[in-house]
Design a protein around this ligand. Sequence first.
Ligand code: GLN
Length: 192
Amino acid sequence: MTKIGVLALQGAFAEHIAILKTLGVDTTEVRLPEELDGIDGLIIPGGESTTITKLMLSYELADKIKKQALDGLPIMGTCAGMIMLAQKVDGTNHLSTGIMDIAVKRNAFGRQVDSFELDLDIPAIGDEPYHAIFIRAPKIEHAGPNVDILVKLSDDTIVAAKEGNLIALAFHPELTADNRLHKYFLDIVNKR
Ligand code: GLN
């Protein structure tokens, strides 16, 4: 049975696990490096990226996640999880994994609109609009040549992208009933 690890240091990991369970896959909470062994995919949830970075470094998870990503492990990072994947954060090299060729800006939507909801067009998951929840969300400021843009807002802000086995989402797919993005991720996992 497909087994998906969910990084469970801080943030919205329980919600991801609940959705994955409805999709019939086995799940495991990841806090220690050895808990990364034997998983077929990894989700890095939203939360607070400074906290997740600190914990990831002190639990010695960052290097192992990086190595597994380079070996092809599918990883989906959502909101703070997207920040954890990025090579650059707010203009500086990131201390976490830095595995995805994107540069992100934290809290990119300003204080007044800390949180908002928006219907997005995501051709990769079908024609129906996708209702996305953004909470103090980051944006992708720059994406390398091998990165596919999954979603751009009307002002061209990039909020979702894919690079090979890696998916980065600026919003929270675990907070809506629409499970198409988790299914999209599991398709990548099952094709591997
Ligand atoms: N603003 C948070 C950060 O920079 C991310 C918010 C979230 O994951 N919902 O870490």
